[in-house]
Design a protein around this ligand. Structure first.
Ligand SMILES: [Zn+2]
Length: 228
């Protein structure tokens, strides 16, 4: 699809800040209550991990100096955001986060020297929605173990990602979402990136999708633009 003359919206992969001043992770308190994993309504392919269900009880692990605003851990595809981030997200009418349930922090552990903060922020459990946007296989740099067959979920067994873009015109304006063909990656809008910067939200790394690399077996980038 041609997009000449119209600048394409930019997207970022939302990842952990890791090893920064606000490096924070969580662990679920066992036994965690898990439900079915999401599946494609058309072909039944698994699109995520088992769903984390209430009660949301966690242990917070502080690796940095201060608790961060964005916290990942086990708990299916869910992650935690601070109350301050959740309040601002809603006040600015950003979209795409589902859940928004408060979690109970049962313990706070500090992984390096220092005292545990007397007041840890409150956190909410959220999940990125499944958006309608899908992976542009022609303009992305991908390696496939098995190419996609389902037109709904567009699931494919990917071996590597060395930068990706979304098919122009398929994005439904969500600020946080998972794309068809790439359900394991949290994608955010340029508006979300501005929101993070404006509020000084922490423990997040926003990687332009064109620069995102996922290559667990170190196979390297594909030789052709399309990996099929
Ligand atoms: Zn499907």
């Amino acid at each position: 699809m041609a997009s000449d003359g119209f600048p394409s919206p930019r997207f970022f992969v939302l990842d952990d800040g890791l090893s920064g001043e606000h490096d924070t992770q969580f662990d679920t308190i066992e036994p965690a209550n898990l439900g079915d994993a999401p599946r494609c309504p058309e072909c039944g392919t698994l699109l995520g991990m088992l769903t984390w269900l209430p009660p949301y009880r966690v242990e917070l692990e502080l690796h940095g100096e201060q608790p961060g605003d964005f916290v990942t851990g086990p708990g299916g595809d869910s992650f935690l955001i601070s109350e301050r981030m959740a309040t601002a997200f809603q006040a600015e009418r950003l979209t795409g986060l589902q859940g928004l349930h408060f979690v109970e922090i049962c313990r706070v552990r500090r992984r390096r020297k220092g005292s545990i903060p007397s007041v840890a922020p409150r956190y909410l459990c959220v999940t990125a929605c499944f958006g309608r946007a899908y992976l542009d296989e022609q303009r992305s740099r991908l390696r496939y173990a098995e190419a996609r067959t389902c037109p709904e979920c567009r699931s494919a067994d990917l071996d590597t990602i060395h930068g990706f873009v979304l098919e122009p015109g398929t994005w439904a304006d969500e600020d946080v979402f998972r794309a068809r063909g790439l359900p394991g990656v949290r994608i955010v809008s340029e508006r979300f990136a501005g929101f993070v910067a404006r509020h000084g939200l922490t423990n997040m790394k926003l990687i332009p999708t064109e620069e995102y690399i996922w290559d667990p077996r170190r196979l390297g980038p594909p030789s052709a633009p399309s990996g099929i």
